[in-house]
Design a protein around this ligand. Structure first.
Ligand code: PLP
Length: 239
């Protein structure tokens, strides 16, 4: 009895959070002069059990993001009865590319050609092209992951030419800061990188930027995908 009450209360809380987030995203789209529905919420389910993903699905969420290959693959398999769209958003070791290519629809964190080439070769044809974003280091010295902005055009042209992949756009994770001016500058830099690639003839339509603490700023700067973990599922347990 208590267990049932607890789980339905948890479900209600999660649904209420999701509804509130959808409303904030929609308000921000209007305020920023963006078309309604132009921003997709990627629910970041890392460290959350599969049951939490089922609950979010029951509340209308379809798109989920995972950071760790082993955990992500286990969840994709455990939830294969649901029509979910899985995004891999974490750091990529080249010996883990096959598992990503075989289990995910999107990858946000490609930052070198070797990884893209492996994903291209390993993508099963039956799954259709893997949707790819390049992770850009918009914070310079303050961050180690991501390709340097100056190297984005060459990497983008090379990745766009690979079979099995479809290059869609760019992703960033700014350094942790509560300084909104700094965050806006980082998001704007990513948008400018995308505009530069488009001017070179690449057909790109995705900017993955903004997390629980800064997604409204990111939407104002042009985000099409915001990656929300804590705001949906609550604080993560420390590993
Ligand atoms: C964990 C994570 C998120 C979600 O962070 P929250 O602050 O919990 O919303 C988004 N993107 C990446 C790459 C992450 O690793």
């Amino acid at each position: 009895m208590t267990i049932v009450a607890d789980s339905s209360r948890r479900e209600e809380l999660l649904c209420r959070r999701l509804e509130a987030l959808r409303a904030r995203v929609a308000e921000t789209e209007v305020r920023a002069g963006r078309p309604p529905g132009s921003v997709t919420i990627v629910a970041v389910s890392k460290t959350q059990p599969p049951e939490s993903v089922r609950t979010a699905f029951a509340c209308g969420q379809r798109v989920f993001g995972e950071n760790y290959v082993q955990e992500g693959v286990a969840k994709v398999e455990a939830l294969s009865d649901l029509p979910l769209e899985w995004h891999f958003i974490g750091p990529i070791q080249s010996n883990k590319t096959r598992a990503i290519a075989e289990h995910f629809a999107w990858v946000h964190s490609v930052d070198r050609l070797k990884v893209a080439e492996r994903l291209a070769t390993q993508r099963p044809a039956a799954l259709g092209p893997l949707q790819v974003l390049l992770q850009v280091n918009v914070s310079g010295e303050a961050s180690k992951s991501g390709v340097a902005p100056a190297e984005v055009p060459a990497l983008a042209q090379a990745v766009a030419a690979l079979p099995g992949l479809r290059l869609r756009g760019l992703m960033c994770i700014p350094e942790p800061t509560s300084d909104e001016a700094v965050l806006c500058a980082r998001f704007r830099m990513l948008r400018r990188c995308l505009e530069e690639l488009r001017a070179q003839g690449l057909e790109l339509d995705v900017l993955s930027m903004g997390m629980s603490g800064d997604f409204t700023l990111a939407i104002e700067e042009g985000a099409t995908h915001v990656r929300l973990g804590t705001a949906i599922f609550g604080e993560r347990k420390k590993p």
